[in-house]
Ligand binder design. Structure first.
Ligand code: FES
Length: 144
């Protein structure tokens, strides 16, 4: 079985990643290896599909913690299937849309600032975003 497994160099080359990236993803628990008799890492071939998923997710800006959770839902020692990828990519599509909506709202706020220049803590949402104290009882406000 070990003969069919890949060294870290082979994995890095085939995944088009640096060896240090492979070590990092392993240290973070996203991928796993076993050790051969010479204490060298050996990876099963399904790691290549997992690394492809990691690379795609990173390109989408998905946090490593989220990627790790997603990978933990995949069957161990088995190449992720098209169905697995569909499920993960669908959930990330929703996350991406939420980010797009947040950024669009920020852009719209910025659009209203262009040409304004008031820099007002009272009026400008960019300077005073989520002003929780604005509606708080007087006792919670700082006095001048
Ligand atoms: S700078 Fe005036 S509203 Fe933002």
């Amino acid at each position: 079985m070990l003969n069919k497994m890949l060294s870290v160099g082979e994995v890095a080359k085939r995944a088009q990643l640096a060896v240090s990236a492979i070590h990092y993803y392993e240290a973070e628990g996203l991928i796993h290896s076993i050790r051969n008799n010479a204490n060298q890492r050996r990876f099963s071939r399904d790691v290549l599909r997992r690394l492809a998923i990691i690379s795609a997710a990173r390109n989408l800006g998905i946090p490593l913690k989220t990627i790790k959770m997603a990978l933990s839902t995949l069957p161990q020692n088995k190449t992720p299937s098209i169905k697995d990828w569909e499920r993960l990519s669908y959930s990330w599509q929703k996350e991406l849309q939420k980010r797009i909506d947040r950024l669009t709202a920020l852009k719209n706020t910025l659009d209203s600032c262009i040409g304004c220049g008031c820099l007002s803590l009272d009026k400008c949402q960019l300077f005073n975003k989520d002003d929780h104290l604005a509606n708080a009882p007087q006792a919670n406000r700082l006095t001048e």
